[in-house]
Design a protein around this ligand. Structure first.
Ligand SMILES: *[C@@H]1O[C@H](CO)[C@@H](O)[C@H](O)[C@H]1NC(C)=O
Ligand SMILES: *[C@@H]1O[C@H](CO)[C@@H](O)[C@H](O)[C@H]1NC(C)=O
Ligand SMILES: *[C@@H]1O[C@H](CO)[C@@H](O)[C@H](O)[C@H]1NC(C)=O
Ligand SMILES: [Zn+2]
Length: 512
């Protein structure tokens, strides 16, 4: 079909159906002009915030590429019965926007281990490796020693701040692991995953490093099975064999952690009722592991057993913010990526909407003058956003145009992944297929069991002290250095030497 035919078809379709999504106010040019004037004024009124960041609130959407970002915005609006495109997500309100280049030292397109080492430890490295520089080789224990690099979580702890990790995956997964562990393999979750030769050479599993390396105040996510001796029954799924403890060394890391924290108020919980009973005012340490492995997708979550990412973010901040020196908190929306790997855009977008709501909770509980809040993705996925759906059409629906094979296609599709299908030499006929369900797998161009990542830049959003440092296009590893500079942690302390901590609290209390 030529582009003229296509435009003609589109025009016809718009004439017939186009008015359904349009809004009368948008036909008035004054609507756009006054909206732009309000935006302009808010940008003109913006003042550079050069304070020292007392707190760093770091939100990481795993696999939350820009297509996911836009599509989730539309979904968020549509869930509130809006057309969706015009919706302003919490993420959209961040005044400083940059892009990060995500490639790893060895691959054009990275994984979550190499990227987490970049934006948390400030050093680019190789695929599959955590908390080691690029001289460390994937899976080769001998290359680990001497090549360890530490993270901003450790720098913040060393500077006297409280620190925490919140994730929707297992807490030993690549992203959170890069805050505390050094491992030439991201897969060494428990000692049962570490080859005997690597153990002999002195390499240890990620779960054991969780309780040994940095003293982390708040640990929330999944991953119970890597913490207990092999065969230990899971408290929630006692009959499920796969949920049982994995450790060959017989250690119970949950019990060891409780003993290590003797004398402090340290709570271990594995379900929502115990979690709700944790009083942040009196709790020093919290370890909450809600599943044997990763948490469930938000849309599959049992709200009586597991809290949402909004609730876990709130609890973490309330515990950490008791420290007068401030805190560093990583909050990971970790399953956006996993839904994309399954080719399930519905799940990926709903995970992203929940993540955006967690960010809103974070902003509500902190103050912009003293808290540097960053939102970014580690890498993207080959999700495409195809033309030309009408305004307000479901983001999970189909294009009103058909392709040259006279078959419809969905607005969202994948470049590769499990959705590849050929029926009688043609693409499957979607005319009678509901594409909006949570189990629907979008079509992909090349067959793969798991959709890969993709290599375009990811967005970096920032607000609060020194947030303007994140503007521009930078290497992903720069992010750790910018955060550290803003908060005066790590080894570059010029910012607090030039400018003492603003006496925010004093001025506030004297004003009261
Ligand atoms: C959106 O509309 C549906 C169907 O009319 C309704 O059930 C739902 O409560 C509405 N949701 C919101 C957020 O208004
Ligand atoms: C939550 O965990 C506690 C501690 O193990 C247990 O006593 C309680 O029964 C659990 N609650 C549910 C609903 O399983
Ligand atoms: C779609 O469903 C309609 C009504 O049930 C049926 O007549 C039609 O043949 C179906 N089309 C395809 C392509 O399956
Ligand atoms: Zn991934």
């Amino acid at each position: 079909m030529g582009s003229t035919t296509m435009v003609a078809l589109l025009t016809l379709a718009l004439l017939v159906l186009g008015s359904c999504g349009a809004k009368v106010q948008e036909e008035d040019p004054q609507f756009w002009r006054s909206q732009a004037r309000r935006t302009l004024q808010s940008v003109l009124d913006r003042k550079l915030n050069t304070n020292v960041a007392k707190n760093i609130l770091f939100f990481l959407g795993d696999g939350m590429g820009i297509t996911t970002f836009t599509a989730a915005r539309i979904l968020k609006g549509q869930l509130q019965n809006q057309t969706g495109e015009e919706t302003v997500m919490t993420m959209d309100t961040f005044p400083n926007v940059g892009l990060a280049k995500t490639y790893s030292v060895d691959f054009q397109i990275p994984d979550s281990a190499a990227t987490a080492t970049a934006y948390l430890c400030g050093v680019k490295t190789n695929l599959n490796t955590i908390g080691v520089n690029a001289a460390g080789r994937n899976g080769i224990c001998k290359t680990q020693k001497g090549n360890e690099v530490t993270s901003i979580l450790k720098w913040a702890k060393d500077a006297g701040k409280s620190v925490g990790i919140v994730t929707t995956t297992r807490v030993q997964h690549a992203t959170p692991a890069a805050t505390y562990a050094h491992s030439v393999s991201r897969k060494w979750y428990s000692d049962a995953d570490v080859p005997e030769s690597a153990k002999r050479e002195g390499c240890t599993d990620i779960a054991s490093q969780l309780i040994k390396n940095t003293d982390i105040d708040v640990i929330i996510g999944g991953g119970r099975k890597y913490m207990t001796p092999r065969g230990t029954k899971d408290p929630e799924y006692p009959r499920d064999f796969l949920s049982r403890g994995k450790r060959k060394d017989g250690r119970n890391l949950i019990k060891e952690w409780q003993i290590l924290k003797t004398g402090k108020v340290a709570r271990y919980v594995w379900n929502k009722s115990d979690f709700d009973a944790v009083d942040p005012e009196t709790t020093d340490y919290l370890m909450a592991l809600f599943e044997p492995g990763d948490l469930r997708f938000e849309e599959d979550r049992n709200p009586s057993m597991d809290p949402s990412i909004i609730e876990t973010t709130e609890k973490a901040i309330r515990i950490l913010q008791k420290n007068p020196k401030g805190f560093f908190l990583l909050v990971e929306g970790g399953r956006i990526d996993q839904a994309h790997h399954d080719g399930r855009a519905y799940m990926a977008l709903h995970e992203t909407v929940a993540f955006d709501n967690a960010i809103a909770k974070g902003l509500e509980l902190t103050r912009e003058e003293e808290t540097l809040t960053i939102v970014m993705a580690d890498h993207s996925h080959p999700l495409t956003f195809n033309g030309f759906p009408f305004r307000g059409q479901s983001i999970l629906g189909k294009s009103p145009l058909w392709a040259t094979d006279f078959l419809p296609y969905t607005t969202l599709m994948y470049g590769n992944g499990p959705g590849y299908k050929v029926v009688n030499g043609k693409r499957p006929d979607l005319r009678n297929v509901t594409t909006k369900g949570k189990d629907y797998v979008q079509l992909s161009a090349a067959p793969l069991e798991s959709t890969t990542h993709s290599g375009e830049d990811v967005a970096v959003l920032a607000r609060g002290p020194m947030a303007h440092l994140l503007q521009g296009i930078h290497e992903q590893s720069y992010v750790a250095h910018a955060m550290a500079y803003a908060a005066c942690v790590g080894d570059d302390l010029r910012h607090c030497q030039e400018q003492p901590m603003p006496e925010l609290d004093t001025s506030l209390s004297s004003a009261q």
